[in-house]
Design a protein. Structure first.
Length: 202
C-alpha cells in the first residue's frame, strides 16, 4: 500500500493491483539534514504556495481552458486553507524530483496529496495520511502479461515517483524506464517500447 498526506519541508487499461499509501505533504520548516536554503519571507495576507504536476489527472492537472490548477488535490488543499483562514496559490512543476526541489529551496510551501515513500519521508514532514490508493500495473489491451512479471521486463514509471521507488526497492529484477508524465508513458506503452507501466495516483 501507499499512503498520501500533506507533505511539508522540515522546520517548514488492464490492471494488476499493488497498494500504496498517500498523504498531504506540508512544508513550513527547515531541512533536517543537508544544505540550508534561504527561507521565504511572508507578509500579511501572503498566500500559501502549493506546487503540483500539470499532467496527472484526476489528482492534479492544468485545466486546458483556464490554464489554472485543477483536480482532487487542488480541491482538498483549497478546502483545508479555507478552514484555516488562509489563501493558497498553485504553481506547476515537473514530477517528482523538480517538485520536491521546489519545496526544499523555498519556492513552494506544500505538495498536496503526495504519496509517501521511504525516500521522501526521510526528507519532508507529512500530515497524517488522508487515504490509500492502488498501484496499478497497466498493459496494452490483448497483451498477455505473465504475473508475477518476469525479471528483465521493461516497466514504465514516473521519474522520481513512488512507483519508481517501489520498483527499485521491491522488484529490482525489473528494468524501470522513467518518464516525465503519464501521457508520455502511455504513448510509449502503446508503441511497444515498454511492456507494462506502473502507476499510482501519486
Amino acid at each position: 500500500m501507499t499512503m498520501r498526506a500533506m507533505m511539508r519541508r522540515p522546520g517548514r487499461p488492464r490492471k494488476s493491483h499493488v497498494y500504496a499509501l498517500m498523504a498531504f505533504v506540508c512544508v513550513f520548516a527547515v531541512m533536517l539534514a543537508g544544505p540550508c536554503f534561504a527561507a521565504r519571507t511572508y507578509g500579511p495576507g501572503d498566500p500559501l504556495v502549493a506546487v503540483i504536476p500539470a499532467d496527472f489527472p484526476p489528482t492534479y492537472f492544468k485545466d486546458p481552458g483556464s490554464g489554472k490548477a485543477a483536480g482532487l488535490a487542488v480541491d482538498v488543499m483549497e478546502g483545508i486553507a479555507r478552514e484555516a483562514g488562509l489563501s493558497v496559490t498553485f504553481v506547476f512543476g515537473k514530477p517528482w524530483e523538480d517538485i520536491e526541489q521546489m519545496l526544499e529551496d523555498g519556492r513552494a510551501d506544500a505538495i498536496p496529496l503526495r504519496t509517501m515513500n521511504p525516500k521522501n519521508t526521510a526528507r519532508f514532514l507529512f500530515t497524517d495520511p488522508l487515504d490509500a490508493t492502488p498501484i496499478n500495473y497497466v498493459t496494452r489491451r490483448g497483451f498477455k502479461q505473465a504475473l508475477p512479471i518476469p525479471a528483465g521486463t521493461r516497466v514504465g514509471v514516473l521519474k522520481g515517483g513512488s512507483s519508481h521507488t517501489y520498483l527499485k526497492k521491491e522488484r529490482p529484477e525489473l528494468l524501470p524506464v522513467p518518464y516525465e508524465g503519464i501521457h508520455e508513458a502511455l504513448l510509449e506503452l502503446l508503441a511497444g517500447r515498454v511492456d507494462v507501466i506502473l502507476l499510482t495516483a501519486e
